[in-house]
Design a protein around this ligand. Structure first.
Ligand SMILES: [Fe+2]
Ligand SMILES: [Fe+2]
Length: 135
């Protein structure tokens, strides 16, 4: 399980709430893996599509906030978002081809290395940039 805590706060309630929702989807996947749903195609399909839809919605919301600014890590940040959605899309495609696509270790890695680190390394920086450059 991953738990949202104030250290992940980016001081923007809309974005914090969306991050909490992403933690909750990740936990749903982790719980499913723990209860032996690794091979349950319906479960995998439903959680991965849910993750993809919500992530795309969240990324649009973030990119809208920094696209119109001179935030210097803009391109890199958008690239990180694309890499993540591609990774999820790839897993959905693998599942459709019958290739086993999820295992608990991999999901834990995505949750910690992607979601948590992305918030700390990228999301906090654009919010800082925007608030420092606000007139
Ligand atoms: Fe984010
Ligand atoms: Fe982001």
């Amino acid at each position: 399980m991953i738990e949202w805590s104030p250290r992940f706060s980016v001081s923007d309630t809309v974005i914090d709430t969306q991050h909490q929702q992403l933690f909750s989807i990740m936990n749903e996947i982790i719980d499913g893996m723990k209860s032996g749903k690794c091979d349950d195609k319906n479960f995998i399909s439903s959680v991965l599509n849910k993750l993809l839809d919500y992530t795309e919605y969240h990324f649009r919301e973030e990119e809208m906030r920094f696209n119109s600014t001179a935030y210097p890590q803009k391109a890199e940040h958008i690239r990180a978002h694309k890499e993540f959605t591609e990774q999820v899309r790839q897993k959905i495609a693998n599942k459709d081809k019958g290739i086993p696509c999820l295992n608990a270790t991999e999901i834990a890695n995505i949750a910690y290395n992607w979601l948590c680190k992305h918030i700390l390394n990228f999301d906090k920086t654009y919010i800082d940039y925007i608030s420092r450059n606000r007139k």
